[in-house]
Write a protein that binds this ligand. Structure first.
Ligand SMILES: [Zn+2]
Length: 276
């Protein structure tokens, strides 16, 4: 396995591999990570750090993976709060009262694809396998958020919805917000048919020529990360505060679970972030 990136770090602690992003590593008030397949106890198509309870893996192994992952990355297992995402654009504000939801307590937040908090000791967890992770951190107001943007969430502007909640409920100024558009299926690999292309082509305010390419015969390539970047600029973020990971999940399917590369037989990756 060869990992090449100009802007994403691959770290190993106690045999657990995880990714971090320099622009968030520079912020000393947050802890963040993006998981890889390396260092867990799951087997077969879940090999080995599967962090998704809903893919058919043994739940005890998934729980063990969470504990191993938290120990290696410095997060507190008892503070995890997981989204119950299903490609909607609902944003939920969470507190310490929500700790354990989706991990060792039942999900009580259906259709939530983005989580926001301003409390320390609350670790946000969102799930991926080709979809786009959006990390948000406001160093002024000390507010963080994670959003899951697949193609539906991207077209539905879940990132903009997250910025609106940070602004309206927590008083954040969008020009202060630092954002990382994390590892996802890249422009190199994300091929779609006409109906999905038309959804992206309808985002005329974002100038779709910058994130769509026709291959002919009703096939198109879509750049999910660039679509999200342009949407975040529209939401008021500054270009200098947005970083895009150059890591494609499908090109790196030995390191990262990719829905497309595996034909759907796969475990799940997570983004994690907490205020220290
Ligand atoms: Zn690729």
């Amino acid at each position: 396995m060869i990992f090449k990136s100009k802007n994403t770090d691959l770290n190993f602690v106690d045999g657990v591999g995880f990714l971090t992003f320099p622009s968030l590593s520079e912020l000393d008030f947050v802890r963040h990570a993006f998981s890889t397949r390396i260092g867990g106890v799951s087997t077969d198509e879940f090999k080995s750090m599967n962090l998704n309870f809903k893919r058919g893996d043994d739940p005890e192994k998934v729980t063990e993976n969470y504990k191993i992952f938290c120990k290696a990355t410095g997060f507190d297992y008892n503070t995890l709060v997981s989204s119950s995402q299903d490609h909607h654009v609902n944003v939920r504000c969470v507190t310490s009262a929500d700790c354990g939801i989706g991990i060792f307590r039942e999900h009580d937040m259906p259709s939530v694809d983005a989580l926001v908090t301003n409390e320390p000791n609350v670790t946000l967890v969102t799930h991926y396998a080709d979809c786009t992770p959006l990390y948000f951190a406001d160093p002024e107001k000390k507010v963080i958020a994670l959003a899951h943007a697949g193609w539906k969430g991207t077209v539905g502007k879940v990132g903009e919805a997250t910025v609106e909640v940070m602004t309206e409920k927590y008083g954040c100024d969008p020009t202060d917000i630092v954002c990382v558009v994390g590892p996802a299926i890249g422009f190199c690999c994300y091929e779609v048919d006409t109906p999905v292309y038309e959804e992206f082509a309808s985002l005329t305010e974002l100038k779709p020529a910058y994130f769509t390419k026709s291959l002919g015969h009703g096939k198109y390539m879509i750049d999910l990360k660039e679509t999200n970047r342009r949407m975040l600029l529209e939401a008021g973020l500054l270009s200098i505060n947005i970083s895009i990971s150059d890591v494609c999940t499908k090109c790196n399917s030995g390191l990262l679970y990719s829905h497309r590369a595996s034909g759907g037989k796969r475990g799940g990756l997570i983004a994690m972030m907490a205020i220290k």
